[in-house]
Design a protein around this ligand. Structure first.
Ligand SMILES: [Zn+2]
Length: 107
């Protein structure tokens, strides 16, 4: 992976957030909302950090497991979804009552 130069403070903050996320994720499974509350970042920021974390974990023999989102109305499971954010609508019944995906680090 190519390293892009970044401002120093930003790197420090990202590293801190990611190592905190890593610790919390070992106690998972947790939703993006729960992760954001524990680590002190916004829910929106969580998926970006998770994607980065999933890639960097491969080198350490751990992996990020995603328990897929599920529709609370018809029980449709979002198995094929690769994005880590919460889907807004169920493709089967159009309900917006979707149980968000949960994340956990497996060692
Ligand atoms: Zn549904």
């Amino acid at each position: 992976m190519a390293k892009r130069p970044r401002p120093h403070k930003l790197i420090e903050r990202h590293e801190t957030v990611r190592s905190a996320l890593r610790q919390v994720l070992r106690e998972g499974p947790l939703t993006a909302r729960e992760l954001s509350a524990r680590v002190g970042i916004s829910e929106k920021e969580v998926s970006g950090h998770l994607e980065h974390l999933a890639r960097s974990l491969k080198h350490s023999g751990e992996r990020l497991r995603v328990e897929p989102a599920q529709c609370l109305v018809c029980a449709f499971v979002f198995k094929e979804r690769t994005r880590l954010t919460k889907p807004s609508k169920c493709p089967a019944c159009r309900s917006e009552r979707v149980d968000p995906p949960r994340f956990v680090i497996l060692t």
